[in-house]
Design a protein around this ligand. Sequence first.
Ligand SMILES: O=C(O)C(=O)C[C@]1(C(=O)O)C=C[C@@H](O)C=C1
Length: 356
Amino acid sequence: MHVMRLDELRGRIDEINLELLSLLTERAQTVQEIASEKEKQGVPKFDPLREKKMLEDLVARNTGPFTDETIRQLFKQIFQASLSLQLIDHKQQLLVSRSKQKANTVIQLGSTVIGTGKPVMIAGPCSVESYEQVRTVAAALKAAGVTVMRGGAFKPRTSPYDFQGLGLEGLQILKEVADEFGLRTISEIVDPSHIEIADQYIDVIQIGARNMHNFELLKAAGDAPIPILLKRGLSATIDEFIHAAEYILSRGNTQVMLIERGIRTYEKATRNTLDISAVPILKQETHLPVLVDVTHSTGRKDIFAPCAKAALAAGADGIMVEVHPTPATALSDAAQQLTIDEFNTFFEVIRQSGLF
Ligand SMILES: O=C(O)C(=O)C[C@]1(C(=O)O)C=C[C@@H](O)C=C1
């Protein structure tokens, strides 16, 4: 008799569960509609005042046996789950998102293809200082089998009294040397008005860490018909980094590569802290190629090789490293650029690792 009563009550609970599930599903679908409405209006997803009002109304109607506190907790749980749903949906709608595009974005630079699983080595001086300097590095890179060279012409430096780069002349030097050796080039642009000119001289525009949040520059890069290498900001979260890339894609330019270059932490043993975890996360969440800059992240030549190997093991599509004929006399980043011999040794270690 008792057993039958228990079964009956549990049967009723099963029915109530299904009713709750169907109501929760309907609620979640309504929340998704609210999310797309908010998206259109540019309104934030989290609305604490609305949540407070709903909790007050619910508690006012509570007749027990649950306490008011229990009702608050239960509904707060529902609001939180609803908010997460809105945020996940939003991320999945991004153009950079892996759920929008399953296939990897591939960047073709001459015969070099980035993003297909075969890693690329990008090397070159921090700054373009002279024709001879760039030519010496280019000849060495060519001999080592490197096809993409970096070199800074516009240098956003911490101090206004530090070398600011050769500007347009630097881009001209890059072009002249790259043409001679059949290399492709990457250089940073800091001013939206320079993008059009840059397109005539270089193959990839870099947007530097300090400019990752320069939205006008991101928009201009998004309007340009040239691949973009976007560096992660000094203190940018992965989410902010992804949204910065979205700015570029949202304007039509889908040729975007991401580069992790270390983030600011309390650690002083390295220049910045190389966030290796960013590599698999960016690869999972976006379809864009992901590179790692071992020079700026670590600032320490003695650990470039293990860090580059770690990056490749984590799924990076390439490595960027700085090389200078005479680092001691370099006009920027003197301490952390490799000599040509050091670069050759470094590249050999990476090639031997079986990861490259
Ligand atoms: O009403 C809203 O603005 C919603 O986004 C829905 C909802 C909810 O689940 O009710 C979700 C998150 C907000 O913080 C507030 C409320």
